[in-house]
Design a protein around this ligand. Structure first.
Ligand code: C2E
Ligand code: MG
Ligand code: MG
Ligand code: MG
Length: 286
C-alpha cells in the first residue's frame, strides 16, 4: 500500500521502521547497562491502595520506573517487554521487589497492617527458585509474607507449567497472597482461580465505568472467598459505585498517582488517609 502512494511515502515508511528498530536496540542496551549497574535511572513508584469509603491507606502497589538517558521516561509496558525478551527481567524484578520490601519494613513501623503489591512477570515465574528468592528477600527485610501480594496476569494461570505452578504453590504455602491483575481482560477460568488459590481479583481498569461488571466481579469474589479491588478510579461517581457495591479496596488517580517513596512516608506520618476530590456523602457539586 505504501508503494502505491509513491516513492516518497515508501522511504518515509522505511525510515520510521528503522527508527523504531534503532530505538528498541538503544533501549535494550541502555536498560542492560542501567539494570546491571544498579543505576539510579531505574526506580520504583508507589501508588496507594485505599478503602474507597474512607480513603484510608491500606498499602501500595509498587510500579517500576525508568528514566532513560537518551529517551527520557519510558513507559513500563515498553521497557518491561524489553526486559522480558532479554532476560533482564529477573534482575529488574528482584530489584523492584527488594526495594518495595525495604520500604515496606519501614512503613509498617508507621502502619502495622500496611500491605505491598508487586507485579511479577510470567518469565520470572518460569524460573525454578523464584519462590525461594522471594522468601529470602522477605526474611532479609523482615516483612511477613502475609503483607506481600504478588500480581500476575490471567495468562500466567492459563499458561502455567510445572515450574510456574510449583513456584505459585510454594509462595501460597509460605503465606504470600496471589492477585490476578487486569482481571476480566484475559482468559482465566474459575477452575484456575481455585487451583492457584488466588487471594485477590483486581478488576481491570476498563471496567471501572461499568457498574454491572463490577458487581459481577464482586459477586464472584464473594462466591470464591477472594478479595476484590477496583483499579483506575478517577471520578467521585466511580467511587460512589464502588462503595455501594462494597468494594473493600481501590486504586486510582482520584486518590493518588504513583509517587516516590518519600511521599508515601509523608502520607503515613500525617494522616494515613487520602482525601479524594469529592468525599463520599458530600452533596453533588460541592
Ligand atoms: P498494572 O500492574 O495494571 O498497574 C496499574 C497501571 O495503571 C499503572 O500504570 C498505574 O500508573 C496506572 N493507573 C493507576 N491509577 C490510574 C488511573 O486512575 N487512571 C489511569 N489512566 N491509570 C491509572 P504504569 O505504572 O504505567 O504500569 C503499567 C503496567 O506495567 C502495569 O500495569 C504492569 O503490568 C507493568 N509493570 C509496572 N511495573 C512493573 C514491574 O515492576 N514488574 C512487572 N512485571 N510489570 C510491571
Ligand atoms: Mg499491577
Ligand atoms: Mg492492573
Ligand atoms: Mg496492566
Amino acid at each position: 500500500k505504501a508503494k502505491a502512494r509513491g516513492r516518497g511515502h515508501t522511504e518515509l515508511f522505511d525510515e520510521s521502521m528503522g527508527r523504531d528498530a534503532q530505538r528498541h536496540l538503544d533501549l535494550e542496551n541502555q536498560l542492560r547497562h542501567d539494570v546491571e549497574s544498579g543505576s539510579g535511572a531505574l526506580s520504583v513508584a508507589f501508588q496507594p491502595v485505599v478503602d474507597p469509603a474512607s480513603g484510608h491507606v491500606l498499602g501500595v502497589e509498587a510500579l517500576a520506573r525508568w528514566n532513560c538517558e537518551r529517551y527520557g521516561a519510558v513507559p513500563p509496558e515498553e521497557f518491561i517487554a524489553i526486559a522480558e525478551d532479554s532476560d533482564l527481567i529477573h534482575t529488574l524484578g528482584r530489584t523492584v521487589l527488594r526495594t518495595a520490601l525495604e520500604h515496606t519494613a519501614w512503613w509498617q513501623s508507621l502502619h502495622p497492617a500496611f500491605e505491598v503489591a508487586v507485579n511479577v512477570s510470567p518469565v520470572q515465574l518460569q524460573r525454578p527458585g523464584f519462590a525461594a528468592e522471594v522468601q529470602r528477600l522477605l526474611a532479609q527485610t523482615r516483612v511477613s509474607p502475609q503483607h506481600l501480594c504478588l500480581e500476575v496476569t490471567e495468562g500466567v494461570l492459563l499458561e502455567a507449567n510445572e515450574v510456574s505452578s510449583a513456584n505459585l504453590r510454594a509462595l501460597h504455602e509460605a503465606g504470600v497472597e496471589l492477585a490476578v491483575d487486569d482481571f476480566g481482560s484475559g482468559y482465566s477460568s474459575l477452575a484456575q482461580l481455585r487451583r492457584f488459590q488466588v487471594g485477590k481479583l483486581k478488576a481491570d481498569r476498563s471496567f471501572v465505568t461499568d457498574a454491572p461488571i463490577l458487581r459481577a466481579v464482586a459477586d464472584l469474589g464473594a462466591a470464591l472467598g477472594v478479595r476484590v479491588l477496583a483499579e483506575g478510579v478517577e471520578t467521585a461517581e466511580q467511587q460512589r459505585a464502588l462503595v455501594e457495591l462494597g468494594y473493600p479496596q481501590a486504586q486510582g488517580y482520584l486518590w493518588a498517582r504513583p509517587q516516590p517513596a518519600d511521599a508515601i512516608t509523608d502520607l503515613l506520618r500525617s494522616r494515613q488517609q487520602v482525601p479524594s476530590a469529592t468525599p463520599v456523602g458530600a452533596p453533588a457539586g460541592s
